[in-house]
Ligand binder design. Structure first.
Ligand SMILES: Nc1ncnc2c1ncn2[C@@H]1O[C@H](COP(=O)(O)OP(=O)(O)OP(=O)(O)O)[C@@H](O)[C@H]1O
Ligand SMILES: [Mg+2]
Length: 183
């Protein structure tokens, strides 16, 4: 018997816009990912990878089809319940990083822990450790504008892993990194 899927899509569609301007970015995607798997979604620019990841990350909803996460029918959740699911189970590395610009690397990385209600001393320690893991010890107090593109990307990765999420979703997370840093 195969392991039950942690994540599954059945016939997921996504249409942006309406009427003559409508564009169908996803045309019926089926996907089943068991726990413990490392999966890469590959395809040319504009093929719908970010669209699919945004739905997986509960940042956007599909137009049609069913998304199940740990046997929860995601479309039946309220907005708040989806936010809780995201906060407690998912880490997300955005294609455009989405760092807070006036905020230090350390504080950016602490943010998901702040939302979880983690106390300050544990938050500081966990953020420092996550930054260390991506090779950014010593850069904690720099703001994104003071960091290179690859360093900003590593801050975004540290922010996604600091909670040790059940699922890590990463949208082209190594696009700005040299091959050694990417590894
Ligand atoms: N918010 C939006 N409104 C309208 N169209 C959108 C929107 N987001 C994406 N699209 C369209 O959906 C299609 C898929 O976009 P998506 O960002 O998912 O592609 P991608 O595979 O991630 O591309 P890339 O490799 O360039 O990041 C594109 O044609 C894009 O123009
Ligand atoms: Mg993309």
């Amino acid at each position: 018997m195969s392991a039950p899927a942690l994540i599954s899509f059945s016939a997921i569609t996504k249409t942006y816009g309406q009427g003559v301007a409508a564009f169908q970015a996803l045309k019926g995607v089926d996907l089943a990912i068991p726990s413990g798997q490392f999966v890469a979604i590959m395809g040319p620019s504009g093929s719908g990878k970010s669209t699919a990841l945004n739905i997986l990350g509960c940042l956007d909803g599909p137009t049609g089809g069913a998304y199940r996460f740990r046997d929860i029918a995601v479309e039946t959740l309220s907005r708040n319940q989806r936010a809780l699911l995201r906060r407690h189970y998912l880490g997300f590395v955005f294609q455009g990083f989405n760092l807070l610009s006036r905020t230090s690397a350390q504080e950016n990385v602490e943010l998901p822990l702040l939302y979880r209600g983690t106390e300050a001393s544990r938050r500081h320690a966990a953020a420092r450790e996550a930054l260390r893991q991506v090779g950014l010890d010593g850069w904690e107090h720099h703001t994104p504008a003071e960091l290179s593109g690859g360093q900003q990307q590593r801050v975004a990765i540290a922010r996604a892993i600091v909670t040790r999420p059940l699922v890590l979703l990463a949208d082209e997370p190594t696009g700005n990194l040299d091959s050694l840093s990417a590894q």
